[in-house]
Structures are given as C-alpha cells and as structure tokens.
Design a protein around this ligand. Sequence first.
Ligand code: G3D
Length: 168
Amino acid sequence: MKAVIQVILMGLDSAGKSTLLARLLTGKVVKTSPTVGFNVGTLDLDKKTSLTVWDIGGQKSMRPNWRYYLDDCKALVFVVDSSDPSRLPEAQKVLKKFLSDEKLRGVPLMVLANKKDLPNSVTIREISNQLDLPSYSDRLWEIQACSALKGLGLQQAFISVSKLIKKS
Ligand code: G3D
C-alpha cells in the first residue's frame, strides 16, 4: 500500500498556489480563480509515496476551520511571488504567525520562490532574508526557486519536500 503524506500549501493571494497545484496534478495550467475553501490534490512521488497537497489559501480566504488540516501535516510549502518584493513583509508576517501554531511545531518548511521566469524576480537569498528564514533554527527549512506557470523546478521541489520530511 502507498504511504500518503499530507502537505500544506499556503501563501499570500496571487503567489501562484492554484497554478502550482494544477501544474502538479495535471501537468498543465488551468484557469485559476481566487481560492475559495480548499483545493486538494495528490502527487505521486514514487511507487511507494504520494503527497496529498492541501491549498489552504491566503490569509484572507482562510476559513475558521483550517486548523483541522494541520493535524496530519508533515510539511508546509509556503509560496511567494518573487517578482513582487513589495509583498514580502506581508508574507513574512503571515508565515511567522502561521508557524507559531503549536500544531506546526518542528514541521519542516519549504519556501518556493515562484515566478522565477519573470525578469524582475528577486534572488532566493533576498527572499530568505526578507522572510527571516535564518531565524527558524528550530525546524528544517529550505528555499528553492520555481515557475508554476512554466513547470520549472516543481518536481525537484517536492522531492526536496519528501527528503525534508524524512530528515525531520
Ligand atoms: P493564488 O492561487 O496563489 O492566488 P494564482 O495564485 O495561481 O491564481 O496565480 C496568480 C497569477 O500569477 C495568475 O495570473 C497566474 O497565472 C500567475 N502565475 C502563477 N505562477 C506563475 C509563474 O510561475 N510565473 C508567472 N509569470 N506567472 C505566474 P493571472 O494573470 O491569471 O492573475
């Protein structure tokens, strides 16, 4: 039987979560609309493991019962729009608040610097600093650049997510 690992996908609106999820699950881009409730999908990593990815939306669209989904969460994937550094301070606050939840203690974090295909995208080093990632010394974290639209770096990112889960 396959092991099913629950992963939470989150980030501010417009970061590219819906595009990413659609890209993972179907291999093509579908028309997205602001996330209402949860999008969920499963990604087969290998013959033995699949990841169930829950897109719980951004801060504003989060439903009161979202914490329910944290119980079995083995990793958090936080998506940021690397072409819009003006929203990084907001993203930093949301991430910090989210990670302060008791249920997420020790859960590894993967930050995806999305939209790397855009010429004005900022470096992962810059994003890492702006999100204060080095301050998360009590959990495993990693940051990678990707493009959900072009399908670049996604497979690699989720393989890294499963490695982080194994290490933690
Ligand atoms: P959300 O689910 O996080 O709110 P969406 O974000 O997936 O709806 O994406 C928001 C917008 O960013 C969409 O554009 C989408 O096509 C675009 N986008 C997502 N990922 C990428 C990427 O990797 N590169 C580029 N260039 N654009 C991306 P629209 O125009 O439909 O609002």
